[in-house]
Design a protein around this ligand. Structure first.
Ligand SMILES: NC(=O)c1ccc[n+]([C@@H]2O[C@H](COP(=O)([O-])OP(=O)(O)OC[C@H]3O[C@@H](n4cnc5c(N)ncnc54)[C@H](O)[C@@H]3O)[C@@H](O)[C@H]2O)c1
Length: 344
């Protein structure tokens, strides 16, 4: 069994009880050709639901969804979410379309703001008009900005410490505004909105389009380590992140969307296993048996306001979803490395 096949069956096995809500339901998934979105679509299709995937392919990859195209019940609409319109009827809308990696959103700041603000309003309007059963918005840990020490692990009740006029603002503030739109549609139009504040997630298909170009750090490190090429580290490497493996993330998102009685809720979805970037690189080098050297280079994008620590408080997810990550970093890294070798 390939890593991807294994991961899909792992997600499906974690869904006990939720399959009946997926089977026969119609999903609209924006950003569905991207990393998390494509796993979401995979799970829906293989559980008997149907998907219209709206993606402008700015960061998504044909490779992520090629296997779904001939399965029936899956349709790709290659369109910008800010302009997408349809008369098709949906049971659930999942809005993930966003430029999610810093080099990409810094290169396209206006488009990033638009998909967060205009795209979110458009999808919420569609959800309100169609009276869908559920609307999931994928927000981010970035809405917390750079929290002080006493706010790490960070709970949903923390309001954030965010720079509205800086190189991360187009992403962070668009997600904050999108959350406010979600809250307002829930309050004013009774739209059944649920918000996931996703923390760093990784695994097969992460930045499949450009693993060394606009790619996010972890997958870039894996690719360079496998090729025994130098690995550039930005800053002193002491900054931390908590990496959640894709199978756990998709399980958490589906449970948040499909558990009854959670309209209006905001939930952190991420791993509690915190690691410094320094130690992450060391683990990747060890697991790939690589001769790569770590070098300090000038960052390829502006790292001003890069958060010092990132670790979620997932007490709420444990309580209301009965969810917590099961795949440890070591195991997830091994799977990711195997997948890169398999597909690269
Ligand atoms: N992966 C993570 O670590 C992480 C962390 C926090 C939040 N998130 C959020 O989860 C969601 C999915 O992230 P991902 O890691 O899969 O990113 P991704 O870049 O792999 O996927 C995002 C997809 O959205 C598409 N897209 C972007 N702008 C669009 C537009 N205007 N119209 C239509 N499609 C558009 C891209 O082409 C891409 O396929 C995003 O909303 C992101 O902000 C991800």
């Amino acid at each position: 069994m390939s890593v991807a096949e294994n991961d899909l069956s792992r997600i499906k096995n974690s869904l006990h009880g939720f399959e009946t809500r997926i089977k026969g339901s119609r999903f609209l998934v924006t950003g569905g050709a991207g990393f998390i979105g494509s796993w979401f679509c995979d799970t829906i299709i293989s559980t008997g639901g149907s998907v219209v995937c709206v993606d402008n392919m700015s960061a998504g990859s044909e490779k992520n969804i090629a296997h779904l195209k001939n399965r029936g019940k899956f349709r790709l609409a290659t369109e910008d979410v800010c302009k997408f319109g349809t008369k098709e009827k949906f049971d659930y809308i999942v809005h993930m379309a966003s430029m999610a990696s810093p080099p990409l959103y810094q290169k396209f700041p206006i488009e990033t703001l638009d998909s967060g603000v205009i795209g979110t309003k458009r999808m919420l309007e569609l959800a309100a008009k169609q009276k869908v059963k559920g609307f999931l918005f994928t927000s981010t840990s970035e809405i917390y900005g750079n929290p002080p020490e006493n706010m790490v692990p960070t709970p949903e009740t923390y309001y954030g410490y965010v720079n509205p006029h800086g190189p991360r603002s187009m992403y962070d503030e668009s997600k904050r505004c999108a959350e406010a739109y979600c809250y307002s549609y829930w309050k004013q139009k009774d739209t059944p909105v649920r918000i996931a504040r996703i923390f760093n997630t990784y695994g097969p298909r992460l930045d499949a389009k450009s693993q060394t170009g606009y790619g996010r750090a972890l997958i870039k490190f894996v690719n360079l380590a496998i090729k025994n090429e130098p690995i550039s580290m930005y800053g002193n490497g002491k900054q931390t992140r908590s990496f959640c493996y894709i199978t756990d993330q998709v399980e958490g998102l589906l449970k948040l969307l499909l558990t009854p009685g959670l309209d209006g809720e905001v939930v952190n979805t991420g791993s509690e296993e915190e690691v410094s970037i320094n130690n992450l690189i060391k683990s990747i080098i060890r697991l790939t048996n690589s001769s790569s050297k770590v070098i300090n280079t000038k960052p390829a994008y502006d790292i001003t306001d890069d958060p010092v620590r990132r670790k979620p408080d997932i007490t709420k997810a444990k309580k209301i979803l009965g969810w917590e990550p099961k795949v440890g970093l070591e195991e997830g890294l091994k799977k990711t490395i195997e997948w890169v070798k398999e597909t690269g």
